[in-house]
Design a protein around this ligand. Structure first.
Ligand SMILES: Nc1nc2c(ncn2[C@@H]2O[C@H](COP(=O)(O)OP(=O)(O)OP(=O)(O)O)[C@@H](O)[C@H]2O)c(=O)[nH]1
Ligand SMILES: [Mg+2]
Ligand SMILES: [Zn+2]
Length: 289
């Protein structure tokens, strides 16, 4: 039989087939092969005699996979920041956007909690870069229709800091408290629900969204410093204007990126974050050897 992995808690998986939802575990061989099944995987599975217990036999070929959050076969990543509580972390957002470009997965930005603060400037900044940017309030049900629209016929994943409202937006889409149901949520220190496991929700036919646990740091060590500028979407067309081959766009004069800043084509904020991320990656590269 074939199905789709829609949930995973330690060694147990939830598989959805056309007929049913099954609890499953993976055959021991996956551990040895060093590929463990991921939420989003299509799988072949069999049922144990006289039970609803399933065993994953085989993982179907993946289109792509992410390490963080751990999901596979996705069409787009929705990066959520909140207008306030927590305040927008644009360095983290730029890191995530660079990573999406690196993976060649289309990013969409959602600025949530717009009922708490105005975020037009951030929206303008990223719209100009070339990203679809949606303003929402899960609380006041603002922008939820726009989110539904970009999700249509795709598998998407929600990513972002803890507390920005990923689960709340999914709840608003369904108009119920779907993501607070039992096993995926546990009370955190402040007595609030926090997502602890990645789970795939079917919004309608052919439309899935993965809710994931939030995080407070984001590693993009797979990107080489020499490729970082290409992962900044609006930098890319300007690189050809640099005088020096291999220009890092940091200390060099006659730099296409720096000229583009002067001409207002690249924002100072994005450039400063590029420099910070560049230094971070450089540091990691040094320690690798
Ligand atoms: N004012 C306001 N509060 C919101 C909004 N969206 C979410 N919240 C609140 O923010 C808190 C965190 O929301 P969650 O949806 O749990 O955030 P999350 O991103 O899923 O967090 P993790 O699961 O920990 O990663 C909750 O108390 C929500 O009620 C919003 O649009 N406006
Ligand atoms: Mg959550
Ligand atoms: Zn340059």
């Amino acid at each position: 039989m074939e199905g789709l992995i829609i949930g995973n808690i330690s060694n147990t998986y939830k598989i959805k087939s056309k007929q049913n939802i099954y609890e499953a575990y993976a055959r021991g061989k996956f551990k040895n092969d060093d590929i463990t099944p991921l939420v989003g995987d299509g799988v072949e599975f069999s049922l144990l005699d006289n039970s609803q217990q399933a065993v994953i036999e085989n993982i179907l070929p993946r289109k792509n996979s992410l390490k963080r959050p751990k999901v596979s076969n996705i069409d787009q990543i929705l990066f959520i920041v909140s207008a306030k509580h927590p305040k927008p972390d644009l360095l983290m957002l730029d890191k995530q956007l660079a990573y999406a470009e690196f993976l060649n997965i289309e990013p969409v930005i959602i600025i949530n909690k717009i009922d708490l603060a105005d975020c037009e400037q951030i929206k303008e900044l990223y719209t100009k870069v070339g990203y679809k940017t949606i303003i929402t309030s899960a609380k006041e049900k603002i922008g939820i229709g726009d989110v539904k629209q970009v999700l249509k016929n795709k598998t998407s994943v929600f990513s972002g800091n803890s507390g920005v409202g990923k689960s709340s937006i999914i709840n608003a889409i369904f108009d119920t408290n779907k993501t607070e149901e039992g096993e995926v949520s546990k009370k955190n220190k402040k007595g609030k629900n926090t997502t602890t496991d990645t789970k795939l929700y079917e919004i309608e036919e052919n439309t899935y969204i993965a809710d994931t646990p939030g995080f407070s740091s984001f590693e993009i060590t797979e990107i080489e410093t020499t490729n970082l500028a290409e992962c900044f979407r609006e930098f890319k067309p300007q690189i050809a204007n640099c005088e020096f081959v291999g220009c890092t766009h940091i200390k060099e004069e006659k730099c296409g990126i720096k000229n583009a800043i002067k001409e207002g084509k690249i924002s100072q904020e994005r450039y400063e974050n590029y420099c910070k991320i560049y230094e971070e990656l450089k540091d990691k590269e040094k320690h690798r050897w």
